[in-house]
Design a protein around this ligand. Structure first.
Ligand code: ADP
Ligand code: MG
Length: 702
């Protein structure tokens, strides 16, 4: 089904709208983040929700208008007092009155003649703005609105306020929104009549009208029926799309695998530890998926250090038993190399062929690796996402494991599934993700959770200290390193700039080198992959005692002997990030410590955040807190990665609607998988409206 013609007015380029010039169109395209090379469309404006309203309904006499209130007054204009010649900084004052008192209107640097024309002496005007005081007199500085009595209807008594950007004025945007809101067609209803009636939800177009042109502040309230309905719509579209992706992934020809049990047994026998119950359970869930004829699409959630890698290894060994190959994709070369180092001895002992693909491999080596992958000698290929994008021809790829990835979105999953039609997929997250976000971003996947950590893990002593205590910190660190401990020293993020981050890390490294000599080394993102790996290998081999690092070590790095984590400028990191960094220690049986260093002054919220990290090691709790504090986009890094953020729904307020939308979408697809009939058509319209038409071709025929 192509896009319903009904929606055409909303898919118009803004350029084609009266009063929008090329400059404004370009500004709005940037502001709304339209996809590359495309213009912003009317729909983008419609979906731009007000962040609040200004209530101008307080129409009182001057005597009852108090400081700080926004009021609308009917004034008689008495006289003007322009600034004296040569004193442009003195404001232009207009004296006015009503039956109850006097007031002044104040304009700074008024343009010649404009004020006189707008507020002619002897006439009446409605004036709306915020009451201020100066020298004991009431005044309004730069009133928001001045209108003639005959034009009173044009004064928005309840005025929506929109997020703006530099160069975009509220007046221009409001005008455009009003124009576009009028063109919203009446659409077929996709919400069941019973739900709609139960919550007193309006139609889509009516909800949009009330939110953008509210008659009372309640019309635009987040928890009012208008915004509720719109939030539900957005969630429903998202859940429907994800479930369509899921059913198309799992319905694709999978392979019902059978296992001999031989390789997995050998792998397990060669592990230096015994599996936890949680790990066993996850492995069983995965094997059940692999044995079923549907294709697997599973998310493995586990806290930092919960031992996800072994679960992946066992899954890959099981796939090898069934005669197929696996690929393990890591987000960085550093991590790919680390996986290879840990897995290799176990795989060799278990007679599983494993190979590492890197960007810097010698040609001959690479050829040999690719040949092994092609002829099937290799059971497990490890590399980065990028490497698997280039052409690696597997003889029989059965399973793709994506490690430590939050940003592996539904588009990437679809792209992967198109490559190998019957490849099973296992995605492992770096830290726990709150349920809301799992539904939003991974609603197309089944989920396994590793709740427990390996036995014998000691709690990590977390302390918060000021960097002003530098000398004491260094003395203590020195004592511990002399005893044989290994430590990380993580340098701060500097305004998202990698270059500055590296500079600060280099400075810190130079300082620490004076004290620790060649026991300390530096690793950062600007170094070559080979150089990074060399440093990491030396640290892993206990050849180095102290590793100064930028956040390149944030995810996945596993050096069980390291027991001290020092994070400088901890107040600049997000909670999930701090948790992830702290998770680099506490992996062995030694008692570990984490030191969060901050620079004074520390704000109340920053203090609260550091206290959260200090008070708990439970990644699930921290993830929820982080969501509350930072909002969903940041947590998954979706803003940068172009994954869907919500425009109408505000998760803090509307979260419960997501669960409903999820259940409703599932029930609908169960009942009507082909989305046929009038109901189906309405839902397809919904998918287009929220630009989820990526999912339309996935709808099952009939
Ligand atoms: P993450 O889930 O953070 O990726 P890893 O897979 O890197 O965790 O495992 C963390 C550490 O715990 C590794 O050093 C690993 O060898 C070890 N480990 C994993 N499973 C167990 C277990 N069942 N018992 C003891 N140690 C384990
Ligand atoms: Mg890991």
């Amino acid at each position: 089904m192509p896009r319903p013609a009904l929606l055409d007015p909303l898919f118009r380029s803004l350029r084609s709208i009266k009063g929008v010039g090329p400059q404004l169109a370009a500004l709005l395209t940037r502001f709304f983040g339209a996809p590359d090379g495309q213009d912003a469309i009317a729909l983008d404006v419609l979906m731009h929700m007000p962040s609040g309203v200004v209530d101008r309904r307080r129409m009182v006499g001057i005597a009852e208008a108090y400081l700080g209130q926004v009021v609308t007054l009917k004034l008689h204009i008495d006289r003007h007092q322009p600034p004296p010649r040569g004193k442009p900084n003195v404001p232009h004052r207009i004296f006015a009155h009503d039956e109850t008192g006097d007031i002044q209107l104040v304009y700074f640097r008024a343009q010649g003649g404009w004020v006189e024309k707008t507020l002619p002496v002897g006439e009446e005007r409605y004036v709306s703005g915020e009451i201020g005081f100066f020298n004991g007199e009431k005044q309004i500085t730069h009133p928001d609105y001045v209108v003639e009595p005959a034009q009173f209807a044009t004064l928005p008594l309840v005025e929506p306020v929109y997020p703006l950007t530099h160069g975009l004025s509220s007046k221009v945007l409001v005008k455009l929104v009003r124009q576009i809101v009028q063109s919203v067609p009446e659409l077929p209803e996709w919400i069941p009549a019973s739900t709609k009636a139960r919550f007193h939800w309006p139609d889509f177009y009516a909800a949009m009208q009330s939110v953008h042109i509210p008659e009372t502040p309640a019309d635009a309230e987040l928890w009012g029926p208008n915004r509720m309905r719109l939030a539900y719509d957005e969630y429903l579209a998202g859940q429907l799309a994800l479930l369509l992706v899921r059913s198309s992934l799992t319905a694709a020809r999978g392979v019902a695998r059978s296992f001999t049990g031989e390789l997995t047994a050998r792998v397990e026998a060669n592990l230096p530890f015994s599996l936890t119950d949680g790990q066993r359970e996850a492995i069983e869930e995965i094997k059940r998926d692999l044995a079923a004829p549907d294709r697997m699409s599973r998310l493995l959630q586990g806290d930092v250090g919960s031992g996800k890698t072994v679960v992946a290894l066992m899954a890959m060994a099981a796939v090898a038993e069934s005669g197929a190959q696996s690929s393990l994709m890591a987000p960085t070369e550093l991590l790919a190399a680390q996986h290879f180092r840990t897995l290799k001895p176990i795989c060799e002992a278990a007679d599983l062929g494993i190979v590492l693909l890197t960007g810097k491999m010698a040609a001959a080596e690479r050829r040999a690796a690719l040949a092994g992958i092609e002829n099937g000698e290799i059971a497990i290929a490890v590399g980065t996402h990028a490497l698997f994008q280039s052409d690696v021809a597997f003889r029989n790829l059965g399973l793709t494991v994506v490690d430590e990835q939050h940003r592996f979105g539904v588009h990437q999953r679809l792209a992967l599934s198109e490559k190998g039609r019957d490849t099973d997929l296992l995605v492992m997250t770096a830290t726990p993700i709150p349920r809301t976000l799992v539904l939003t971003h991974f609603g197309d996947m089944a989920v396994s959770v590793l709740k427990d950590k390996p036995r014998g893990r000691q709690p990590i002593d977390t302390a918060v200290m000021s960097i002003a205590d530098y000398d004491r910190i260094i003395a203590r660190l020195k004592a511990r390193l002399d005893e044989g401990a290994q430590a990380f020293w993580v340098c701060p993020l500097v305004e998202e700039s990698e270059v500055l981050q590296v500079v600060s890390a280099e400075d810190r490294f130079a300082e620490l080198k004076k004290i620790f000599g060649d026991r300390v080394a530096l690793v950062h993102g600007r170094m070559s992959a080979a150089a990074k790996q060399e440093v990491m290998a030396r640290f892993q081999a206990d050849d180095l005692k102290l590793l100064v690092a930028t956040t390149v070590i944030e995810v996945g790095v596993d050096v069980p002997n390291a027991s001290i984590m020092i994070i400088e400028h901890a107040e600049r990191f997000g909670l999930a990030q701090l948790h992830q960094l702290r998770g680099r220690v506490g992996r062995g049986s030694n008692r570990s410590a984490c030191l969060l260093l901050y620079k004074e002054p520390l704000s109340e919220t920053a203090k609260a955040r550091l206290d959260t990290i200090k008070s708990t090691e439970d990644g699930f709790v921290i993830a929820e807190r982080d969501l509350e504090l930072r909002g969903q986009g940041d947590l998954l890094g979706t803003r940068q990665s172009g994954m869907p953020g919500y425009r109408l729904a505000v998760p803090d307020v509307h979260r419960h609607l997501l669960e409903w939308a999820h259940d409703d979408a599932a029930a609908t697809l169960e009942r009507n998988p082909g989305l046929t009939g009038p109901d189906g058509e309405a839902l397809r319209t919904l998918l287009y409206l929220f630009r989820k038409d990526l999912a339309i071709p996935l709808i099952r025929a009939g």
